[in-house]
Write a protein that binds this ligand. Structure first.
Ligand code: MIC
Ligand code: SF4
Length: 640
């Protein structure tokens, strides 16, 4: 049988199931990663499983999201994470070292391995020929405890790249082109596999950019082959011995093919407020810009910083623009410094921020009132930048620089000659901000007062009754359900407190109403729960008593998180029935038997609506038990 790159890697790590699209499979997970804002919960869950050491080949804990030290809370979280890492055999990446996905790609990613990460952009490592998947913290905790990861075998969509990018057009434009075609839900339950003669023209960091933002299509992951370019990158990182070749069989069949002629790609821009609202830069040229932010796990590699430096050389940014640059890693920053390429950034007037996520998740640099902000990031959902009325556009580093110089959205091709840049044959390496756990470490794990125990939940009753607490439209993101930003993110380790902010930007009364009414239901449109992997977006509603979400369709990670915390994800079998339910309607649902089809009685309207429940037997057991943690704990205890 002929196999794609994705199938080859999956086959090597298959623990259960058949590799047929739509079938449930279980994957053995070799590496895991967490970051601070999903990590505290993931490690509380891991600790609750009672396993003495992680059972993976390698587990990593990064601190990159919530770096502000405006009170004790974030620092206490970081200290807790460091303590857990030392105790359970996890590599700890200290605050200031860089963004998890960038660091992982540089120092740990290896072709043909599997990675599960509690962050939705974990697929960045697909640029190295890995199956790298984003998941909720509980699934990552389970993987650290040695459990396989269950998922629906995706279909493999081949993205055929031909030709070569033109000057001033880069990897970000390629993925924006893909997003334009696929939209924010076109990749659901698919793996985007890149192939064709254009692949070899892209460096590993460029492949990382493309794989990173495949997440925005809803895809399970994205993957590139591992070739000589991969080998060269690994050699530069002093890890050539970890290289293996990985290539699809000749004449392999993809379930669908999307063709991208790299020669024809032009500078693109995603307009507010969705990553798939993509247009050519030329269509919005001349729009005045207030802020430009370069960085994030999508565009902060040494490749990107080098091009930014070359383009800024001898230039000054517009007096009306605030330009920030957050390097993806200390390695990228250090290499830039060593070659003198940091200097043009400083000279131009750019504000160099910490090596972290920073403005991407609303940790600082909120734009001005009704400000236009151009960002090289991957998400521009309303409110994510920190202000509700900002207009955030997503662009390549090239377009970002051109616009920062002129003060208006500018086609970068107007900058003149495209500078030649190349990655070093040997990167300057320094791993001294990774702390390796030693076998002697049995340290006590310090827990600050803001770190609260995990709430526990009762098994699901046979009948679910209650009111529709909130009715929403299409593409509700987890940023809508539980936003990021400085105030709320410091509460990630404290479910009772963070739950008060559930849907706060949509309806300030939601949390109090939910508690008052003893919980109830949420109704959503298509692609409910897109975006971040934060399980808080399921756990907080659960804490407030939400029993089921009825939507037209769900995003993959959020649906898994709902199941993990015992909330039923139901879909309308007839989409028009969505209009037959209003906020405030009283619903009643018999869930004694979790059949594929269930009947929801609308007591207010005296109607019945059929809904579908597409869960595996295992998922049904989890949801019935009131969540996954109890199930895993019981299983682990038997093994000990
Ligand atoms: C994001 O980009 O939304 C985040 C912040 O990285 C999240 C994780 C989180 O909410 O902590 C993600 O993408 O999963
Ligand atoms: Fe961090 Fe932004 Fe990447 Fe999320 S998308 S991991 S917040 S840089």
């Amino acid at each position: 049988m002929k196999n794609t790159v994705a199938e080859k890697v999956i086959a090597q790590h298959l623990a259960e199931g058949r590799m047929e699209a739509g079938e449930e499979i279980a994957l053995k997970i070799r590496h895991t990663l967490t970051q601070d804002s999903t990590g505290t919960l993931a490690y509380l869950e891991f600790e609750a499983m009672g396993v003495p050491k992680v059972k993976t080949q390698l587990s990593l804990s990064f601190v990159d999201h919530n770096m502000l030290q405006n009170d004790f809370r974030n620092m206490d979280d970081h200290r807790y994470l460091q303590g857990v890492a030392a105790k359970y055999g996890i590599v700890f990446s200290r605050p200031g070292n860089g963004i998890c996905h960038q660091l992982y790609l540089e120092r740990f990613a290896q072709p043909s391995l599997t990675l599960l990460g509690s962050d939705s952009h974990t697929p960045t490592a697909g640029g190295m020929g890995m199956i790298a998947i984003g998941a909720g913290g509980l699934d990552v905790a389970a993987a650290m405890a040695g459990e396989p990861f269950y998922l629906e075998m995706p279909s493999i969509l081949g993205v055929k790249l031909t030709g070569k990018l033109s000057p001033f057009v880069s990897a970000k434009d390629v993925i924006l082109q893909v997003l334009k075609e696929l939209t924010v839900k076109g990749g659901v339950n698919k793996i985007l596999e890149y192939f064709g003669s254009g692949v070899k023209t892209l460096s590993v960091p460029e492949r990382g950019t493309i794989a990173n933002m495949g997440t925005e299509t809803g895809a399970t992951t994205s993957i590139f082959p591992s070739d000589e370019t991969t080998r060269t990158f690994l050699r530069g990182q002093g890890r050539e011995n970890q290289w293996t070749k990985l290539k699809a069989d000749d004449a392999v069949k993809y379930s669908e093919i999307l063709k991208v002629d790299l020669n024809a790609v032009e500078p693109l821009i995603a307009l507010p407020h969705s990553p798939d609202n993509v247009k050519p830069v030329t269509e919005v040229e001349g729009t005045p810009v207030d802020q430009v932010c370069i960085g994030s796990c999508t565009n902060s590699s040494l490749r990107d910083l080098k091009i930014v430096s070359a383009l800024l050389k001898g230039k000054k940014i517009s007096d009306n623009v605030s330009l920030t640059i957050s390097p993806g890693s200390r390695q990228a920053l250090q290499n830039l410094a060593v070659t003198g390429e940091l200097e043009p950034l400083i000279q131009s007037g750019a504000r160099i921020l910490e090596n972290a996520c920073g403005p991407c998740i609303g940790i600082g640099q909120a734009p001005t009132t009704e400000g236009v902000s151009l960002r090289t990031f991957n998400r521009n959902f309303k409110g994510r930048s920190g202000t509700q009325d900002a207009k955030v556009y997503l662009v390549s580093p090239e377009t970002a620089v051109a616009s920062a110089i002129t003060g208006e959205i500018t086609d970068p091709r107007k900058l003149g000659k495209y500078p030649e840049i190349s990655l070093p044959e040997r990167f300057v390496l320094s791993d001294n901000m990774f702390i390796y756990s030693t076998t002697k470490a049995t340290s006590r794990v310090a827990m600050g007062p803001n770190i609260k125990p995990l709430p526990s939940f009762k098994p699901m009753p046979d009948r679910l009754t209650g009111e529709v607490l909130l009715k929403l439209g299409d593409n509700v993101s987890t940023d809508d359900i539980l936003p990021g930003g400085t105030e709320i993110m410091s509460l990630r380790s404290n479910i009772p407190e963070i739950s008060k902010y559930t849907f706060c930007r949509v309806d300030k009364t939601f949390a109090s109403r939910a508690l008052e009414k003893n919980g109830g239901f949420i109704v959503g449109g298509e692609n409910y729960g897109q975006g971040s992997s934060r399980e808080h977006a399921a756990l907080a509603p659960k804490y407030l008593g939400v029993k089921a979400v009825i939507a037209k369709s769900f995003a993959r990670i959020h649906m898994a998180n709902l199941v993990n915390f015992g909330i039923l994800p139901l879909t309308f079998t007839v989409k028009q029935d969505y209009s037959g339910i209003a906020q405030g309607d009283a619903l009643d649902l018999d869930v004694k038997d979790l059949n594929e089809r269930l009947l929801v009685k609308n007591l207010t309207k005296d109607t019945k609506i059929e809904v579908a429940l597409s869960l595996s037997e295992l998922e049904k057991r989890i949801v019935k038990a009131g969540g996954k943690l109890a199930a895993i704990k019981a299983k682990q205890n038997k093994q000990l």
